[in-house]
Ligand binder design. Structure first.
Ligand code: AP5
Length: 218
């Protein structure tokens, strides 16, 4: 029975950071729809070509595309797999399709973690974010500077800024989140599986809280 944990939260709220820190410790598979789409764009696949313009504007990629991407990923998993879904679902339609897919493979959503931090902090985090092209390590131009400008401390790779990490696009992503994704909070509250977690503090504290929730048996 595949178990699924959904990481819900606005851009920059720490979904990817949390998933990366928790997955190995608790044996989850990290499924990030944002990473899957960026890979598809990089490889010039049909899905990538369709998704690119939406992503650049900070809009959501259409539900029918997203549903195909995620259903295919879950269907090829093993029955004992546990997943951290980072960035999916983002609309009610995606949530309903996820529930149907899980039902057909005997899986269930065990937790929905809502990562929550102030809007201004999210804008600051994302405007200054730089990522290594080679190993994917994250830096920040003010709070987590690399030793040498533009170069990754870990592997020497070149650092780049995501094409949607510019202030106007970040603000649009936040507005899109408020308009199209926030409604999922009451959907999951109604099912009694939502935990709200403050994600504006230190990463270690966030990871401790999330690990505690996921191992507490509820
Ligand atoms: P996606 O890649 O999912 O982007 P996002 O939701 O905007 O989220 P981010 O990856 O920017 O932030 P995050 O919450 O993971 O935070 P992170 O841990 O990286 O999606 C991109 C696009 O793809 C969408 O706009 C859409 O077009 C499309 N898409 C994806 N899924 C879709 C779907 N289901 N339906 C339709 N379209 C879809 O942290 C951010 C930064 O802050 C990092 O630099 C990190 O180091 C730092 N940080 C994190 N936590 C802390 C902390 N506690 N203290 C200090 N710094 C921190």
């Amino acid at each position: 029975m595949p178990d699924v944990v959904i990481l819900l939260g606005g851009p920059g709220s720490g979904k990817g950071t949390t998933a990366e820190r928790v997955r190995d410790q608790l044996c989850y598979k990290h499924v990030s729809t944002g990473d899957m789409l960026r890979e598809a764009v990089k490889n010039g696949t049909e899905i990538g070509l369709e998704a690119e313009a939406y992503m650049k504007r900070g809009e959501l990629v259409p539900d029918d595309v997203m549903i195909k991407v995620v259903a295919e990923r879950l269907n090829r998993g093993k029955s004992a797999d546990k997943y951290l879904l980072d960035g999916f679902p983002r609309t009610l339609e995606q949530a309903e399709l996820l529930e149907q897919t899980l039902k057909s493979i005997g899986g269930k959503i065990t937790h929905v973690l809502l990562l929550d931090a102030p809007r201004e902090l999210l804008i600051k985090r994302l405007c200054g974010r730089r990522i290594c092209k080679e190993c994917g390590m994250n830096f920040h131009i003010e709070t987590m500077k690399p030793k040498q400008d533009g170069i990754c401390d870990a592997c020497g790779g070149e650092l780049y800024q995501r094409s949607d990490d510019h202030e106007s696009t970040i603000k649009n992503r936040l507005d899109v989140y408020s308009r199209q994704t926030k409604g999922l909070i009451s959907h999951y509250e109604g099912q009694g599986i939502l935990n709200k977690v403050y994600s504006g503090g230190p990463v270690d504290e966030l990871v401790r809280t999330v690990t505690g929730i996921l191992t507490s048996g509820r």
